[in-house]
Design a protein around this ligand. Structure first.
Ligand SMILES: [Zn+2]
Length: 66
């Protein structure tokens, strides 16, 4: 699904872009439907699916900022 950027009540929703390793494709993929989640230990992570095969990808965010 892809449609032009839509403004939602003046609020800009930042698109979450994250990379994760797909175990099925055995390659790094840009995570589709990426969602920010927090793990039990409080660390932030990104959860989503592989755009090619639909396998769940879970990417732990490192604390270092670029
Ligand atoms: Zn995949």
């Amino acid at each position: 699904m892809f449609w032009p950027a839509t403004k939602i009540c003046g609020q800009t929703k930042e698109k979450l872009v994250a990379e994760g390793y797909c175990v099925k494709c055995k390659a790094k993929k840009e995570i589709a439907n990426a969602q920010e989640v927090t793990m039990k230990n409080g660390r932030p992570a990104i959860q989503g699916v592989c755009p090619d095969c639909g396998t769940k990808i879970f990417s732990i965010q490192s604390s270092k900022k670029s």
